[in-house]
Design a protein around this ligand. Structure first.
Ligand code: SF4
Length: 230
């Protein structure tokens, strides 16, 4: 089934997408959400063209040739968990000896639960407090699903990094402090605040409303905290 995975791109080598590991990144097509600041608009379903997709057989062949050079393979997107073929693809990657990473926004907690046995590390986007999610994703109920995914990953004890890309309008210091406190209270220990990438916004009108990240955060309730520029 992994050969039905819709893949929009492959990064052969990166040292920043899986903490502490040299990784390849497989960019999966599709996402149920429509964030105005999305910088991977070409991976969303509406914009996907079959001719632009990579075959899984080609991707797994390239990964196989990198055994011994790479530590891990990260499935990113888009939103990888939208695809039913993901679990089989992860199992194949594991069988080659690679660690498996996942970048997700957590829109499908039930699917995430089923993926747990395949996962070594997860980078989970938490975009806002649950009630404010529709301002970012445009989808009602998305916040509850993302925070449910967070709970699931924390309870499962998966190696986890939670990231927030502040959305204009939900990015003042007081709001972010409240969000971070709620995440820390939930049990998040490893957190990254990352800057929106202004170059490829789905909604270019956001560009003028982007606020740079502070150089230092005054009161950080995490064990590990980082500010990540675009
Ligand atoms: S969840 Fe991620 S991939 Fe989906 S629209 Fe939002 S930013 Fe883009």
């Amino acid at each position: 089934m992994s050969n039905t995975l819709r893949i929009g791109g492959l990064t052969a080598l990166t040292s920043v997408d899986y903490p502490g590991e040299l990784a390849a990144v497989v960019y999966c097509q599709g996402c149920p959400w429509r964030c105005p600041y999305c910088h991977n608009g070409h991976l969303l379903e509406e914009a996907g063209h079959d001719a632009d997709l990579l075959d899984w057989s080609e991707v797994i062949g390239r990964l196989e040739s990198r055994r011994g050079l790479l530590d891990a393979v990260v499935f990113s997107g888009g939103e990888p968990t939208v695809q039913a073929a993901l679990a089989d693809a992860m199992a194949e990657v594991r069988a080659l000896g690679f660690k498996v990473g996942l970048h997700t926004g957590g829109p499908y907690p039930e699917r995430l639960q089923r993926l747990l046995p395949h996962l070594d590390w997860v980078g989970l986007d938490i975009k806002a407090l649950p009630e404010d999610y529709p301002q970012v994703t445009t989808v009602p109920g998305s916040g509850e699903r993302a925070w449910q995914s967070l709970r699931l990953l924390l309870d499962a004890g998966v190696d986890l990094e939670v990231r927030t890309t502040p959305m204009p309008g939900l990015d003042d210091d007081a709001y972010l402090q409240r969000l971070m406190q709620q995440l820390a209270d939930a049990g998040v220990r490893n957190y990254v605040l990352q800057q929106c990438q202004p170059a490829h916004l789905r909604d270019g009108s956001l560009r003028d409303r982007l606020r740079g990240l502070p150089e230092q955060w005054p009161s950080v309730p995490f064990e590990q905290f980082a500010l990540r520029a675009a």
